[in-house]
Ligand binder design. Structure first.
Ligand code: NAG
Length: 343
């Protein structure tokens, strides 16, 4: 009990530190980087959920409840959101009640009172995209750490969070009736070029046992949206060149694991946070290992030598497990220092 309190206090403290460092980081110096300590034994556990903000409807509350239970069992360190945080059109501003109705009032379990690292999805870009990045929201709920692209260095693993919405060309050329908040993004090509260069540099400096990229859009998917061509063309080569182990996304409202045929990269979709059951399953050029069309979420447990993924449904039933040994030669804790700073 006392131990847990200390751990929670530590988590809250590091969340504050993270916010403080974020506020200090100059915009022009590449990607914002945050530190999140691993557990004392060097391991890390977390949950991943995507495509969720519907004020509890479409089983969002059921998924949230099970996340709380699994979060407790695994003693999670933080939560990752793969985006589409607020439907249908993001937040209208920092005073949008949807923030509390879809986030604070839904993910109430004790185990979920940890930092949430979030990226934006295409639906978030249809509202006030900058509102979700605002410190005003963190005053309402300090868990909410959302940025466009950033790095979380969690000792044994570096997470590279990538803002994938600007990649998808059709949002620019065929927005239909939707308005996308491209403030700070347009022009597209320049934004993407700088982002890819920053990612490449940061990945090259990373010495963690694991490298994981997180974005909203699919790289590979057998569900409705399918593959995202622009990510395969532009982002995938950067991940491959730098030995990224996993790409984790949402966007398709399902759970899936696809294994790349031409590299060690594994693709995980965790987009089952609320509305699901699309009823679409296409074929894919890569190797489909698991697909579930309903709601749910994913857990990830890592140490120096192994990464263990599990998908859960709305009843907390474990649907699928996948374990991967680290492909990097690590000298135990010597290799765990994480990140090479270049001053
Ligand atoms: C909620 O989950 C149950 C169990 O998977 C499913 O049968 C039901 O259709 C879901 N409800 C919605 C609105 O998706």
């Amino acid at each position: 009990m006392a131990q847990r309190k200390v751990a929670m206090a530590a988590a809250a403290f590091f969340a504050l530190l993270a916010v403080a460092s974020l506020l200090c980081a100059p915009a022009a110096a590449g990607l914002v980087r945050m530190e999140h300590p691993a557990k004392n034994d060097g391991s890390l556990s977390l949950l991943v959920v995507g495509d969720w903000g519907r004020k509890g409807t479409y089983n969002q509350s059921r998924v949230a409840y099970q996340m709380g239970k699994v979060g407790e069992q695994l003693n999670i360190d933080f939560v990752i959101s793969t985006g589409d945080n607020f439907y249908e059109n993001g937040l209208t501003g920092t005073d949008d009640q949807g923030f509390e109705q879809s986030f604070t009032d839904i993910y109430t379990a004790k185990s979920l009172q940890k930092p949430w690292y979030l990226v934006l999805g295409n639906h978030d870009y249809r509202g006030d995209a900058l509102a979700q990045l605002s410190p005003v929201l963190r005053k309402i709920d300090s868990r909410f750490i959302c940025m466009k692209s950033f790095i979380v260095n969690a000792e044994i693993v570096d997470f590279f969070f990538v803002d994938t919405t600007p990649f998808q060309l059709k949002y620019w050329t065929h927005p239909k009736d939707d308005h996308y908040d491209w403030r700070g993004v347009a022009p597209r090509e320049k934004y993407i070029n700088i982002l890819l260069k920053d990612l490449d540099e940061a990945m090259k400096k990373s010495t963690a046992a694991w490298k994981i990229a997180v974005g909203h859009h699919t790289m590979r998917s057998v569900s409705d949206h399918g593959d995202t061509k622009e990510l395969l063309q532009l982002l995938l080569p950067v991940l491959q060149a730098n030995g990224v182990d996993f790409y984790i996304n949402g966007h398709d409202h399902c759970l899936e694991h696809i294994s790349s045929r031409d590299s060690p990269i594994q693709y995980f979709t965790s987009g089952g946070g609320s509305k699901a059951w699309r009823g679409v399953q296409n074929t894919n050029e890569d190797d489909l290992k698991f697909f579930y069309d309903g709601q749910g979420f994913m857990s990830l447990q890592l140490d120096h030598s192994e990464a263990h993924f599990t998908f859960y449904d709305v009843d907390g039933e474990a649907l699928y497990h996948y374990t991967r040994p680290s492909l990097r030669k690590t000298a135990g804790h010597l290799q765990a220092s994480g990140y090479v700073n270049e001053e």
